[in-house]
Design a protein around this ligand. Structure first.
Ligand SMILES: O=C(O)CCC(=O)C(=O)O
Length: 272
């Protein structure tokens, strides 16, 4: 696999993100074709008014599942999380409009990252991911008001789109990686902005990390699946891919019960 340099890893740990321009430029045509096929296979038609979201996403197709074995993608995750990192699911989206400031939960133990591919050219005011560098740092959780960027009007009298941030402009074939704890948002995108992510975390070594992983898995009940990975993802896994699945499989026993309960009240899976 293609490992990152120690400086890239240091940048990620300091600022919470990395951009890899053109990393998958040679592969992006089939990736986009497969992306579209997921929605077609499922009979999902994006209605332009609300986000359409499939979880898990790459698991839906054999070729997309193999992105987990791609030396460039595996290399990013292995460099940032260790060779035995966990794959904890993925989401494929047609976004509509803005995404307000948020982080993807907050992990005070372990380390969770997202590897994202935007499938249309996006810039600062056309739906590129914006990030507040460094906002993922655990000691900032309750200590830094900047993490409250979603309430920018109330806090600072400015719109969310005017919160100081870096725009991670992206073209198809570029890859963006960020820490789940990082504050991020997107503004001005089209009503059919295509993007998918892979979520990965460090293999858990302590009881606190296991509890955090189980809580993360439990939070997936809203997607109404009994398992974090598809049968297809597991059936086509090589021994080296299984390394990235096995700890999640060991700790997802509670998900089916939670998903069954969620199905009692939800008509369709959550859209994010
Ligand atoms: O691109 C976007 O609108 C936001 C992406 C995002 O929030 C995420 O992947 O967690």
């Amino acid at each position: 696999m293609d490992k990152l340099t120690s400086k890239q890893i240091a940048f990620f740990d300091t600022f919470g993100y990395l951009v890899f321009p053109g990393l998958l430029a040679d592969e992006i045509d089939w990736v986009i074709h497969e992306f579209e096929a997921v929605f077609t296979d499922k009979g999902l038609v994006h209605d332009f008014w609300q986000r359409t979201c499939v979880v898990p996403f790459i698991d839906s197709r054999e070729r997309l599942s193999a992105l987990l074995d791609n030396p460039k993608i595996e290399g990013i995750a292995a460099s940032l999380l260790g060779d035995d990192f966990n794959y904890v699911g993925s989401d494929g989206n047609y976004y509509t409009g803005d995404t307000g400031w948020h982080s993807d939960g907050f992990h005070t133990v372990g380390k969770f990252i997202k590897i994202a591919l935007y499938l249309d050219p996006v810039k600062r005011d056309t739906g590129a991911l914006r990030v507040i560098p460094g906002s993922h740092q655990v000691h900032l959780l309750d200590a830094w008001k900047g993490r409250d960027a979603r309430r920018s009007e109330e806090n600072w009298g400015i719109e969310q789109r005017d919160v100081p941030a870096i725009s991670l402009d992206s073209n198809p074939g570029d890859v963006v990686a960020f820490n789940h704890n990082l504050m991020h948002a997107a503004f001005g995108g089209s009503n059919q902005r295509r993007m998918f992510t892979l979520n990965c975390c460090r293999r858990c070594r302590t009881p606190d990390e296991i509890a955090d992983l189980e809580s993360y898995i439990g939070g997936h009940d809203r997607f109404l699946n009994d398992h974090m990975h598809s049968d297809q993802m597991k059936a086509t896994a090589s021994a080296s891919r299984m390394v990235h699945l096995e700890q999640v499989i060991q700790h997802e026993g509670h998900l089916a019960t939670l998903a069954a309960k969620a199905r009692e009240t939800m008509k369709e899976p959550a859209r994010g």
